[in-house]
Design a protein around this ligand. Structure first.
Ligand code: MG
Ligand code: MG
Length: 283
């Protein structure tokens, strides 16, 4: 029998997503504090896993068939889905960490990008920080748009506009690339649910945006081409032209009172301030 879950959740269901969101945020905050030259991506993964397990949750990444880690960690020309392991972070590397917790049957999903501290503030290091800032800004633009959007396409347009407005990348001199094969998604009982959320305009205006919708908003941006390939490990998504990649993500709930960023302890208040949007607590 075919069964399709509604993409709009009840208030009680939204409230059940608060704790997995906070656990996901705590895991990434712990990783953020540990990123430094000389640490391995595998060590960062263990830090995230420990936080998730200590809070009585489990990594939803480990529930993905064939995947054994609590995080995906992608370095430099890797954009998403990098596998943590023995790679040692170097000064000036740009590294994205993607993590999620499942708690009492509900999921959180979030990602951050950081530039590994480097005393030599070269143009390349600065350009990498700029790439991360543009990507993060486009995520917040999309989240802010969700507060007043009529359809998913309004959110997609806000993300794309923010990236295009940034002009060319400081390192390649080319316009930033927006990955088209990988997109944001609904989230709830499963980490990946309908609907898909594109990070660029499409001819279809998309599903209606109304209370009960929970989206993982996650722009994936490169300093060059938007073309990628999957490495021989069958997971890691890497740019074909070798340009740097960046990835930011938050899980965001829309409810009767407004929006609340589930994977930010402040509900997104700091990130949304620039857009004149104030988040409204769920509980
Ligand atoms: Mg993610
Ligand atoms: Mg996601």
């Amino acid at each position: 029998m075919a069964f399709r879950r509604s993409i709009y959740k009840s208030r009680a269901q939204l409230e059940a997503m608060v704790e997995p969101g906070l656990i996901t945020a705590a895991a990434l905050e712990a990783v953020r504090g540990a990123v430094r030259p000389g640490i391995t991506t595998g060590e960062l993964d263990a830090i995230a896993d420990r936080v998730i397990v200590d809070r009585g949750a489990e990594s939803n990444f480990k529930l993905v068939r064939g995947y054994r880690n609590a995080t995906c960690i992608s370095v430099n020309d890797q954009v998403v889905h990098g596998i943590p392991g023995s790679r040692v972070l170097q000064p000036g590397d740009i590294v994205s960490i993607d993590a999620g917790a499942q708690y009492r049957g509900w999921n959180g999903d979030s990602a951050i990008t950081l530039v590994v501290p480097d005393e030599a503030q070269t143009a390349r290091v600065q350009a990498r920080q700029q790439l991360s800032d543009v990507t993060e800004g486009s995520m917040w633009a999309g989240i802010a748009a969700m507060a007043s959007a009529k359809h998913l396409g309004d959110i997609s347009a806000a993300i794309e506009d923010h990236i295009l407005a940034a002009g060319p990348s400081g390192v390649s001199g080319k316009p930033y690339g927006i990955l088209r094969e990988y997109v944001g998604h609904g989230i709830g009982r499963k980490m990946h649910e309908a609907p898909s959320l594109f990070n660029y305009r499409t001819p279809d205006r998309g599903a209606e945006v109304r209370p009960g919708l929970v989206l993982a908003i996650e722009p994936m941006v490169t300093a060059g081409s938007d073309q990628t390939y999957v490495e021989d490990d069958d997971w890691t998504v890497t740019t074909t032209d070798g340009s740097d990649g960046s990835h930011w993500e938050h899980s965001v709930a829309l409810h009767d009172g407004g929006i609340w960023v589930l994977t930010a302890p402040d509900g997104g208040a700091a990130g949304l301030a620039a857009f004149g949007v104030t988040p409204a607590p769920l509980a």
